[in-house]
Design a protein around this ligand. Sequence first.
Ligand SMILES: O=C(O)c1ccccc1N[C@@H]1O[C@H](COP(=O)(O)O)[C@@H](O)[C@H]1O
Length: 194
Amino acid sequence: MRTKICGITSYEDAMTAIKAGADALGFVFYEKSPRYLTPSDAKTIIKKLPPFVEKVALFVNADANSIDTVCQETGATLAQIHFDAEKTLYEALKTPHIKVVRAKIKEDILKYADEYRLVDAYCESYGGAGKRINIEWFDGIDCSKIILAGGLNPENVSQLKEYGFYGVDVSSGVEKAHGIKDAQKVKDFIFNAH
Ligand SMILES: O=C(O)c1ccccc1N[C@@H]1O[C@H](COP(=O)(O)O)[C@@H](O)[C@H]1O
Protein backbone atom coordinates (compact mmCIF):
# COMPACT_ATOMS: atom_id res chain seq x y z
CA MET A 1 0.00 0.00 0.00
CA ARG A 2 1.20 3.51 -0.84
CA THR A 3 1.28 5.92 2.07
CA LYS A 4 0.59 9.63 2.28
CA ILE A 5 1.39 11.66 5.39
CA CYS A 6 -0.79 14.76 5.36
CA GLY A 7 -0.66 18.04 7.27
CA ILE A 8 3.09 18.59 6.95
CA THR A 9 4.13 22.02 8.28
CA SER A 10 7.90 21.66 8.66
CA TYR A 11 10.89 20.39 6.70
CA GLU A 12 11.85 18.13 9.62
CA ASP A 13 8.49 16.35 9.62
CA ALA A 14 8.64 16.04 5.84
CA MET A 15 12.04 14.35 5.98
CA THR A 16 10.99 12.05 8.83
CA ALA A 17 8.13 10.80 6.65
CA ILE A 18 10.27 10.45 3.52
CA LYS A 19 13.02 8.57 5.35
CA ALA A 20 10.39 6.22 6.78
CA GLY A 21 9.22 5.48 3.21
CA ALA A 22 6.25 7.81 2.58
CA ASP A 23 5.19 7.99 -1.07
CA ALA A 24 3.42 11.33 -0.69
CA LEU A 25 3.29 14.32 1.64
CA GLY A 26 0.27 16.58 2.06
CA PHE A 27 0.24 20.36 2.54
CA VAL A 28 -3.05 21.89 3.67
CA PHE A 29 -4.13 25.15 2.02
CA TYR A 30 -7.39 25.46 3.91
CA GLU A 31 -7.17 28.40 6.29
CA LYS A 32 -9.58 26.92 8.85
CA SER A 33 -7.37 23.86 9.34
CA PRO A 34 -4.96 23.78 12.30
CA ARG A 35 -2.45 22.42 9.75
CA TYR A 36 -2.78 25.35 7.35
CA LEU A 37 0.44 26.76 6.01
CA THR A 38 0.97 29.59 3.58
CA PRO A 39 1.97 28.84 -0.02
CA SER A 40 5.22 30.68 0.68
CA ASP A 41 6.06 28.42 3.66
CA ALA A 42 5.11 25.33 1.67
CA LYS A 43 7.36 26.43 -1.18
CA THR A 44 10.29 26.79 1.22
CA ILE A 45 9.79 23.20 2.40
CA ILE A 46 8.99 21.65 -0.98
CA LYS A 47 12.00 23.08 -2.80
CA LYS A 48 14.34 21.28 -0.38
CA LEU A 49 12.64 17.88 -0.75
CA PRO A 50 14.06 15.03 -2.86
CA PRO A 51 12.49 13.83 -6.14
CA PHE A 52 10.25 10.78 -6.53
CA VAL A 53 8.02 11.87 -3.65
CA GLU A 54 4.56 13.26 -4.49
CA LYS A 55 3.94 16.71 -3.02
CA VAL A 56 0.17 17.00 -2.56
CA ALA A 57 -1.63 20.33 -2.10
CA LEU A 58 -4.95 19.96 -0.28
CA PHE A 59 -7.80 22.39 -0.99
CA VAL A 60 -11.26 23.01 0.42
CA ASN A 61 -13.73 25.25 -1.42
CA ALA A 62 -11.15 26.80 -3.72
CA ASP A 63 -11.57 27.63 -7.42
CA ALA A 64 -9.59 26.10 -10.27
CA ASN A 65 -7.51 29.18 -10.90
CA SER A 66 -6.32 29.53 -7.31
CA ILE A 67 -5.61 25.78 -7.08
CA ASP A 68 -3.46 25.92 -10.22
CA THR A 69 -1.70 29.07 -9.03
CA VAL A 70 -0.84 27.67 -5.59
CA CYS A 71 0.42 24.40 -7.08
CA GLN A 72 2.57 26.21 -9.61
CA GLU A 73 3.98 28.61 -7.01
CA THR A 74 4.77 25.97 -4.39
CA GLY A 75 5.99 23.13 -6.62
CA ALA A 76 3.18 20.83 -5.50
CA THR A 77 2.77 17.95 -7.95
CA LEU A 78 -0.83 16.91 -7.25
CA ALA A 79 -3.94 18.71 -5.97
CA GLN A 80 -6.26 16.96 -3.51
CA ILE A 81 -9.77 18.33 -4.01
CA HIS A 82 -11.19 17.77 -0.56
CA PHE A 83 -14.72 19.08 -1.19
CA ASP A 84 -17.71 18.37 -3.41
CA ALA A 85 -16.55 20.27 -6.48
CA GLU A 86 -18.57 20.85 -9.65
CA LYS A 87 -17.61 18.97 -12.83
CA THR A 88 -16.58 22.29 -14.36
CA LEU A 89 -13.87 22.75 -11.74
CA TYR A 90 -12.25 19.44 -12.65
CA GLU A 91 -12.50 20.31 -16.34
CA ALA A 92 -10.83 23.68 -15.77
CA LEU A 93 -7.97 22.37 -13.62
CA LYS A 94 -4.56 22.22 -15.27
CA THR A 95 -2.87 20.57 -12.27
CA PRO A 96 -3.02 16.76 -11.94
CA HIS A 97 -5.51 16.09 -9.18
CA ILE A 98 -7.27 13.49 -7.08
CA LYS A 99 -10.95 13.67 -6.19
CA VAL A 100 -12.11 13.00 -2.66
CA VAL A 101 -15.29 11.14 -1.83
CA ARG A 102 -16.49 12.23 1.61
CA ALA A 103 -18.58 9.14 2.25
CA LYS A 104 -21.79 9.36 4.29
CA ILE A 105 -23.11 5.99 3.16
CA LYS A 106 -21.69 2.89 1.47
CA GLU A 107 -23.17 3.89 -1.90
CA ASP A 108 -21.03 7.07 -1.98
CA ILE A 109 -17.92 4.91 -2.34
CA LEU A 110 -19.04 3.64 -5.75
CA LYS A 111 -19.35 7.17 -7.17
CA TYR A 112 -16.01 7.19 -8.98
CA ALA A 113 -15.63 3.42 -9.25
CA ASP A 114 -13.46 3.45 -12.39
CA GLU A 115 -10.86 6.04 -11.37
CA TYR A 116 -8.35 6.59 -8.58
CA ARG A 117 -9.96 8.47 -5.71
CA LEU A 118 -9.47 9.16 -2.05
CA VAL A 119 -12.28 8.07 0.25
CA ASP A 120 -12.62 9.87 3.58
CA ALA A 121 -15.28 9.73 6.27
CA TYR A 122 -17.77 12.58 5.91
CA CYS A 123 -17.36 15.31 8.50
CA GLU A 124 -18.54 18.93 8.68
CA SER A 125 -14.99 20.23 9.07
CA TYR A 126 -14.05 18.51 5.76
CA GLY A 127 -11.29 16.32 7.20
CA GLY A 128 -8.29 15.96 9.44
CA ALA A 129 -10.59 15.24 12.37
CA GLY A 130 -9.67 11.61 12.96
CA LYS A 131 -13.17 10.45 12.02
CA ARG A 132 -13.13 6.77 11.08
CA ILE A 133 -15.00 5.43 8.08
CA ASN A 134 -17.04 2.25 8.42
CA ILE A 135 -14.60 -0.34 7.06
CA GLU A 136 -17.35 -2.89 6.34
CA TRP A 137 -18.58 -0.56 3.57
CA PHE A 138 -15.61 -1.75 1.51
CA ASP A 139 -16.53 -5.44 1.74
CA GLY A 140 -17.01 -6.83 -1.76
CA ILE A 141 -15.70 -3.68 -3.46
CA ASP A 142 -12.63 -3.49 -5.71
CA CYS A 143 -10.36 -1.27 -3.58
CA SER A 144 -7.36 -1.33 -5.91
CA LYS A 145 -7.93 2.30 -6.94
CA ILE A 146 -8.97 3.61 -3.52
CA ILE A 147 -6.82 5.60 -1.12
CA LEU A 148 -8.39 5.17 2.29
CA ALA A 149 -8.44 8.06 4.77
CA GLY A 150 -10.22 8.99 7.97
CA GLY A 151 -9.21 8.10 11.48
CA LEU A 152 -6.29 5.90 10.53
CA ASN A 153 -3.40 5.40 12.95
CA PRO A 154 -0.38 3.10 13.41
CA GLU A 155 -2.56 0.42 15.04
CA ASN A 156 -5.58 0.19 12.77
CA VAL A 157 -3.67 0.55 9.49
CA SER A 158 -2.30 -2.96 9.89
CA GLN A 159 -5.85 -4.37 9.83
CA LEU A 160 -6.54 -3.35 6.22
CA LYS A 161 -4.51 -5.96 4.37
CA GLU A 162 -7.42 -8.05 3.08
CA TYR A 163 -9.03 -5.08 1.29
CA GLY A 164 -6.18 -4.38 -1.13
CA PHE A 165 -6.39 -0.58 -1.02
CA TYR A 166 -4.14 1.32 -3.40
CA GLY A 167 -3.03 3.52 -0.55
CA VAL A 168 -3.72 5.10 2.81
CA ASP A 169 -3.67 8.74 3.92
CA VAL A 170 -3.27 9.94 7.51
CA SER A 171 -3.12 13.29 9.23
CA SER A 172 -4.22 13.49 12.88
CA GLY A 173 -3.39 9.85 13.71
CA VAL A 174 0.38 10.46 13.53
CA GLU A 175 0.51 13.81 15.36
CA LYS A 176 1.68 14.82 18.83
CA ALA A 177 -0.08 18.18 18.49
CA HIS A 178 -2.06 19.86 15.69
CA GLY A 179 0.32 20.31 12.76
CA ILE A 180 3.26 18.61 14.47
CA LYS A 181 4.06 15.02 13.61
CA ASP A 182 5.14 12.38 16.11
CA ALA A 183 8.20 10.80 14.46
CA GLN A 184 7.65 7.38 16.02
CA LYS A 185 3.98 7.29 15.00
CA VAL A 186 4.90 8.28 11.43
CA LYS A 187 7.48 5.47 11.24
CA ASP A 188 5.12 2.91 12.81
CA PHE A 189 2.27 3.95 10.49
CA ILE A 190 4.33 3.48 7.35
CA PHE A 191 5.94 0.25 8.60
CA ASN A 192 2.55 -1.24 9.52
CA ALA A 193 0.95 -0.15 6.25
CA HIS A 194 3.68 -1.98 4.36
O1 LIG B 1 -5.61 17.66 7.66
C1 LIG B 1 -6.45 18.59 7.69
O2 LIG B 1 -6.37 19.51 8.52
C2 LIG B 1 -7.57 18.61 6.71
C3 LIG B 1 -8.38 19.74 6.66
C4 LIG B 1 -9.44 19.80 5.78
C5 LIG B 1 -9.69 18.75 4.94
C6 LIG B 1 -8.91 17.60 4.99
C7 LIG B 1 -7.85 17.52 5.87
N1 LIG B 1 -7.05 16.39 5.94
C8 LIG B 1 -7.37 15.17 5.28
O3 LIG B 1 -8.45 14.53 5.94
C9 LIG B 1 -8.33 13.12 5.83
C10 LIG B 1 -8.48 12.45 7.16
O4 LIG B 1 -7.61 12.96 8.12
P1 LIG B 1 -7.37 12.20 9.53
O5 LIG B 1 -6.28 11.19 9.28
O6 LIG B 1 -8.65 11.57 9.93
O7 LIG B 1 -6.92 13.24 10.49
C11 LIG B 1 -6.98 12.87 5.16
O8 LIG B 1 -7.22 12.65 3.77
C12 LIG B 1 -6.25 14.17 5.30
O9 LIG B 1 -5.40 14.34 4.18
